[in-house]
Design a protein around this ligand. Sequence first.
Ligand code: GTQ
Length: 345
Amino acid sequence: MPPNDKRQTFYEDIRTRNLTPLWEVMRGLITPSPQSKCTSAIWHYSDVRGDVLASGELISAKEAERRVLILENPGMPGQSRITTSLYAGLQLILPGEIAPAHRHTQSALRFVMEGEGAYTAVDGERTTMHEGDFVITPSWTWHDHGNESDRPMIWLDGLDIPVLQFLDASFVEHWGEDEQPIQRQEGDSFHRFGQGLLPVDHSRRSHTSPIFNYPYNRTRDALDHLARTEAWDPCHGVKLRYVNPETGGHAMNTIAAFMQLLPKNFKSDPYRSTDASVYCVVEGNGRSSINDVAIEWGPRDIFVVPSWASISHITKEEAVLFSFSDRSMQQALGLWREDRKPDSN
Ligand code: GTQ
């Protein structure tokens, strides 16, 4: 028998004992650099806003439990993911609606796109949400959303759903009533933990930040100050990271989040890192190149940059970009890499 046939016969034989040869698959498993099915993509807000509002005519927030249109990466259709490890969606809450209280092992972030005055309640405390606010609902915290304003509210959800799927670690519970009881005044966690102070005997060091709303006006002030006093980073402009004030680590274990300011007439150096990133434009218009693909973005557009794809930005006006990724996970595992001078692959 020719050697190849002999091998095939061997492979078929060992398959009956649930064995398979590494040498036939090794190059696809252990690649010289990340080989992702995730592709770059952009959702222009003006293209999808109508669809989100249309979903509000079809189903209530209560019936849907969460009325969300998932942003699916075109390289991984049908998989409810925007990158290999993360999920994103646009959630709509209409005036008077409540998305009922539940908790799950998946962690979530909300980034407010449009509307003022709707709220999220997390483990007994409400927070009113404003455009540009970064709100977290950490793993296994009770949360419900409501809108007592007179305008629809739309926010970007980012969750670690694919990771929990991969780990087979998904659990969910329903509170049973629409809303969980409120136990603390609004603003309580921010007053306690968001001022650079902690109670003297405070020793709680949890996996996630005790602050759950990082308001945009504070973030914007910080960026403004740094923009006036710091040298621009050639890749990032001025870029800040949302932190857990107890530890200085990321606000959540699985998802890292950032806010950056690009000055006007900026041409950034190309940059790549192993965390695929989801960007949401807060202010300004600009252009980015992701490997060889050029995209043009404006306020509220959402775009995705795959792992190890090189990105560079060009602006004519000042721009502010929110982004999130699985960097916190990769760093916790000692896997995260960046490359400030990428050539190719
Ligand atoms: O708000 O709890 O986009 O449970 C997907 C699943 C949002 C939420 C999503 C969820 C939520």
